[in-house]
Design a protein around this ligand. Sequence first.
Ligand SMILES: Nc1ncnc2c1ncn2[C@@H]1O[C@H](COP(=O)(O)OP(=O)(O)OP(=O)(O)O)[C@@H](O)[C@H]1O
Length: 262
Amino acid sequence: MSQPLLRVDNLSKTFHRRGHSVHAVQGVSFTIHAGETYALVGESGSGKSTTGRTILGLTPASGGTVEFDGVPLLTRNAAQWRSLRKDIQIIFQDPLSTLDPRRTVGYSIEEPLIIHGVKDANQRKKAVVEMLVQVGLNATDAGRYPQQFSGGQRQRIGIARALILRPKLIVCDEPVSALDVSIQSQILNLLMSLQREYGLAYLFISHDLNVVRHVADRVGVMYQGRIVEEGESGALFTQPQHEYTRYLLKAILPAEPVASAR
Ligand SMILES: Nc1ncnc2c1ncn2[C@@H]1O[C@H](COP(=O)(O)OP(=O)(O)OP(=O)(O)O)[C@@H](O)[C@H]1O
């Protein structure tokens, strides 16, 4: 098989807080190939978000290595990070946390282009309109403010902002868990169609196995900071090997599809 797009090897993160240590991530290793969706699942506190944030350099790692396109990430300086961050973007559960309420949606989507030195304002505006349409919004929405949109529409804006730099990998941190089930399926379908169109890879972080089973190619099950089981999505859901995976599967309702299967 070709070289992975992302290789995470023995990653660890320990937080020190008021005299005690929290081993949030302990020796986590996995790979993601171009165009693939790799999901990290597990209950709250299992270390999923910390893994994602550490890969992105938003949280410094305590140990381990991360390679993106064969280039080591964790040892990079700020300038090197910035050039690489073009290729790795993130979508959060609550897009309002990244969308400035005083800025128009058009500006929020355009901003990454400004940060990454696209000087031609007309080119930037054209890209924003294309992006809005691509995520199912209207060109006129560029002049509106985040508070004027529903949760699902705001997630579409977050996706447009993440996608405008044409990244190779998007870390999706609980991207649909704040949304109603009917809206969840729309957003998941949008993510999957964008993946097909742009060959995107996703690191998909979710506590919801019903969501994961419809989007993931491979799944890593996290428990207390470690990946306790990893496998192809189909096999993991039908023949779980680890006791904790079986426990998680028991806790979900019988297959209620939230999105069209791949
Ligand atoms: N900045 C921080 N300082 C101290 N401890 C932290 C910090 N961030 C996370 N933790 C701890 O690390 C552990 C893993 O948290 P993390 O958020 O990565 O889990 P998670 O699986 O993503 O869960 P959730 O979905 O609830 O965010 C938890 O015990 C959490 O309290």
